[in-house]
Design a binder for this molecule. Structure first.
Ligand code: GLN
Length: 390
């Protein structure tokens, strides 16, 4: 048999998704992949059922049903200070995942560089490879997850095509400040670079911090692609409805890629999403408050079990240092430790190395996701307190 493609040899399957499968087989508590184990709002479920009954069961408009594009446009005007024309500036995709790869396919020529803050969401690695981009990493330094302005400036050059900004950030929980985003915007304008903003956790914020969309900063609307989805905000990760917002010349290209990749995101779920996006601020407050309590609870449980970790400012993950426990267990790497944690306590996490290009940088870290119901969090806290060596 002839060789399979070279490009697909160079990356491995997602560790996040693999951990979910391992967890399911072991019957453990899944604190690995970021999805809720509680019900999505009844109203959004009913909207989807109504859409199916009303006959929205065939292909959608390839770049998104008009009702959803209208809804997105109104919501981003209100919450993100982004002006976008539903007719020309929005592409509805199969989740933020497709929005990201379709965007990179629309931007990148082989040899172009993209800047990625590290640690980063696992998908950006294979996304770079599949789009032919050469990644340049800029370190986020814990425990505050700040970057060095000198290192950021040094990462830009004439080959830089885009910078990816994921705020609130997965896996660190960092929420980029206005000053940081202004600095990034200044460099993007100076080097004529696109900004790809993955804002999927925009409503999951703590301690009064504010989410700012880089597209709303002066000079950035025409060079920013803002990516989002209904997955995390409305707890429907399996519906696969996301979008990319960009100026018309960029959107035209993204729409072409999207059309040939997937044709469209599921039609009835687009109609339900259009309705969900009309919910008032109290819905987002409720979501935020729920996760704030879950964050405080899991932090306490992790610290008393011997993990070193800080309160994230946004998103629903804790990237924890497990050095102490690993030492007590005689383990030296995060993958072995993650497997041991499932075996000993039935708790699935994501090995830290999945978030770094140079994998050893994460070899003492694991990521816990806390978008789980109380029952799950309490069982996890109990298991960590009783099953790990002190
Ligand atoms: N963003 C989620 C995580 O980091 C996973 C999303 C996905 O698996 N598509 O766990």
């Amino acid at each position: 048999m002839k060789n399979l493609s070279r490009i697909t040899e160079t990356f491995s399957e997602s560790v996040i998704r693999e951990m979910t499968r391992i967890c399911d087989e072991a019957g453990g508590y899944n604190l690995s992949q970021g999805f809720p184990d509680f019900e999505s709002p009844k109203a959004i479920q009913e909207a989807a059922i109504r859409a199916i009954s009303a006959g929205y069961n065939q292909y959608p408009v390839t770049f998104g049903e008009p009702e959803l594009r209208e809804s997105i446009s109104r919501k981003v005007r209100r919450y993100n200070h982004i002006e976008c024309d539903p007719a020309t500036d929005i592409t509805v995709t199969c989740g933020a995942t497709e929005a990201m790869i379709a965007t990179l396919k629309a931007l990148i020529n082989p040899g172009d560089e993209i800047i990625i803050f590290e640690p980063f969401y696992e998908n950006y690695g294979p996304d770079s490879i599949l789009s032919g981009a050469t990644p340049r990493y800029v370190t986020l330094y814990g425990p505050e997850w700040h970057y060095s302005s000198e290192e950021l400036a040094a990462a830009f050059n004439e080959k830089t095509k885009a910078i990816i900004i994921n705020t609130p950030n997965n896996p660190t929980g960092k929420v980029f400040t206005r000053a940081e985003l202004e600095e990034i915007a200044g460099l993007a304008i100076k080097w004529d670079t696109y900004a790809v903003a993955d804002e999927i956790y925009e409503h999951i914020l703590y301690d009064g911090v504010e989410h700012i969309s880089i597209a709303s900063l002066p000079g950035m609307a025409e060079r920013t692609i803002t990516i989002n989805s209904i997955s995390k905000t409305y707890s429907v990760t399996g519906w696969r409805v996301g979008w990319a917002i960009a100026a018309p010349p960029i959107t035209k290209r993204i729409r072409k890629v999207h059309d040939f990749f997937t044709v469209g995101a599921p039609t009835p779920f687009q109609h339900a999403a259009a309705e969900a996006m009309t919910y008032g601020p109290e819905y987002y407050e409720g979501l935020k408050n729920h996760y704030a309590e879950a964050r405080n609870y899991i932090l306490g449980a992790l610290r008393s079990a011997g993990f070193q970790c800080e309160f994230p400012k946004g998103a629903y993950y804790v990237l924890a240092d497990a050095s102490g426990i690993m030492e007590r267990l005689g383990l030296t790497d995060d993958t072995a430790f993650s497997r041991k944690l499932i075996e000993l306590a039935g708790v699935a996490t994501v090995p830290g190395s999945s978030f770094y290009a140079e994998r050893t940088k994460g070899s003492h870290q694991v990521r816990f996701c806390f978008c789980k119901k109380w029952e799950t969090l309490e069982s996890v806290a109990h298991a960590l307190a009783t099953k790990l060596p002190k």
